[in-house]
Design a protein around this ligand. Structure first.
Ligand code: SAM
Length: 235
């Protein structure tokens, strides 16, 4: 299989990329399709759909070793059978994401809500068919049984000022909403969690790369994140 193109995504690293599509609703991504696939013709008719499936490759996986049981982050250390999860580490590292189709362009598409890292190879696009694929009565398995406390995000005065300047360069993008939704998902790996009230043996400051900004944050309470700095890579 050959990729039909490579996605450009606001999420520059695996760290911080949402663990499922639709969780950061306005997350921006754009796919330019290979010219030999004649995008002007092959995309014709897609504009009538509000959502599409992206089928893609977990190209940034570092290890190919097979594990029948995996540790989903929301289980806080417990294991689950690989095929009962959406883990990136699978015998065939293929990702499947339902995203909102914002617009069809001459040579590709713009989508929102993707959980893909910048540069991800895309194998296919298929329209989402709600009349067969929307199943409101479906059971959600173990994820439905895991309760998650809501997390609040605050910006220091310094970070808020940087945000305001940054926003001027991205007038059409809801930067603050994207950051808040991203951090509310608690991107930290499980080992870093649980030390918010006291001393941690691990680093307790982290950064998520979004567009050309490094968002520096720390958990200042179990359910409170403080964004305290934004560093830019454009200058
Ligand atoms: C849990 S997977 C789910 C992906 C997809 N919705 C699925 O179910 O197949 C989402 C995570 O994959 C990771 N990821 C995204 N793009 C990737 C890539 N190109 N290579 C490796 N990992 C990636 C990110 O850490 C993201 O949080």
């Amino acid at each position: 299989m050959e990729p039909i193109g490579y996605i450009e995504s606001c999420f520059r690293d695996k760290f911080g990329t949402p663990r499922q599509p639709g969780l950061v609703k306005k997350a921006w991504a754009q796919l330019k399709i290979r010219a030999d696939l004649q995008p002007e013709e092959s995309l014709q008719g897609l504009e009538g759909f509000s959502h599409v499936w992206l089928i893609w490759v977990f190209h940034q996986n570092k290890t190919a070793r097979f594990h029948a049981k995996v540790h989903p982050p929301r289980l806080g250390g417990a294991t689950m059978g690989l095929f009962a999860t959406r883990s990136p580490h699978r015998p065939n590292p293929i990702g499947l994401s339902l995203v909102e189709l914002i617009r069809v362009e001459k040579d590709g598409i713009v989508v929102a809500g993707a959980d893909l890292v910048d540069g991800t190879p895309i194998l296919d696009i298929k329209p989402y068919l709600p009349f067969v694929e929307s199943l409101p009565e479906a059971r959600s398995g173990w994820p439905a049984e895991v309760a998650q406390e809501p997390i609040r995000v605050e910006f220091t005065e310094h970070a808020a000022k940087l945000m305001a300047d940054w926003q001027k360069r991205y007038p059409e993008t809801a930067l603050q909403e994207i950051i808040e939704e991203t951090l509310k998902l608690d991107p930290r790996p499980v080992v870093y969690r649980g030390y918010e009230a006291g001393e941690s043996p691990y680093r307790n400051e982290h950064a998520v790369r979004l567009f050309d900004g490094d968002i520096h944050f720390k958990f200042v309470g179990p359910n409170l994140v403080s964004v305290h700095d934004i560093l830019f890579t454009h200058n």
